[in-house]
Design a protein around this ligand. Structure first.
Ligand code: NAD
Length: 237
């Protein structure tokens, strides 16, 4: 049994798999499609240029879906970890569903954005999706009138918080990946950085992730079942 002291510096990276037990489908389970859409149609700037109304319809639906779901045991186990490790804990997520915050995580670094956020394609001002009119196919910027776009980091765009993430990866003792296929970069490469800098690396996933060769300890299974048991072990008195 492994116990981790309160001063162990822990970084966690989550992916779509952690939300699967909340009822949100992962990206890969439908053969590289995202809810039956090709990623280039709904998750690239060129897809948005081609058909902004389709892209808005897609993300509005994803946002409505995520509003009707609840965090699961794995999200709550990460809140417990945050309480236990306090300032030594960082949570990074590739998810855009907002379920970490809904569970009570204080500062998840949402590196791929958030479904409830959008910004102006011209003046870059940010807005909340819940403040836009759902009957308008392509919402317009209240400040300058240009198209708004979902605040989602699309393929080919630079994720948020990369310098903070790199900083915490370089000084962490343990790096844990949960529910991520290890196929989407740069997130898939974080495990290499952490390992090269001397951290112990742990993965919790339904199937072996693509970057398994950089993982010291692999726990195969559903994160909602595996993670709460591990957190109990790691934080045992
Ligand atoms: P992915 O879909 O590529 O991989 C998900 C991984 O989770 C798979 O390896 C699968 O085996 C595993 N998994 C499935 N159910 C699981 C469970 N119950 N417990 C543990 N593991 C489970 O996801 P990714 O690596 O996060 O990359 C997909 C990209 O698509 C991300 O960048 C993300 O922004 C986006 N996306 C987000 C959401 C969301 O916000 N919930 C959903 C779909 C896609």
């Amino acid at each position: 049994m492994m116990r981790l002291s309160r001063t162990t510096k822990v970084v966690v990276l989550t992916g779509a798999g952690i939300s699967a037990e909340s009822g949100i489908r992962t990206f890969r389970e439908s053969g590289g499609l995202w809810e039956n859409h090709k990623v280039e149609d709904v998750a690239t700037w060129s897809g948005f240029e081609k058909d902004p109304a389709l892209v808005w319809k897609f993300y509005r639906q994803r946002w409505e879906d995520s509003n009707s779901t609840k965090p699961n045991a794995a999200h709550y186990a990460l809140v417990e970890m945050e309480h236990y490790y306090a300032q030594h804990f960082s949570l990074v997520t590739q998810n855009v569903d907002g379920l970490h915050s809904a569970a009570g995580s204080k500062n998840p670094l949402e590196m791929h954005g958030n479904l409830n956020s959008c910004f102006c394609t011209t003046c870059r001002a940010k807005f909340k999706l819940h403040d836009t009119d759902p009957d308008i196919a392509i919402p317009l910027c209240p400040k300058c009138g240009a198209y708004l776009r979902p605040d989602i980091v699309w393929f080919g765009e630079i994720p948020y918080f990369l310098s903070e993430i790199e900083h915490s990866l370089k000084k962490c003792d343990v790096f844990i990946i949960i529910g991520t296929s290890g196929l989407v970069y740069p997130a898939a490469g974080f495990v290499m950085t952490a390992k090269l800098m001397g951290a112990k690396t742990i993965a919790i996933n339904l199937e072996a992730p693509d970057n398994l060769s950089f993982i010291d300890e692999f726990h195969q299974g559903k994160s909602g079942e595996v993670l709460p048991a591990l957190v109990k072990e790691w934080t045992a008195p």
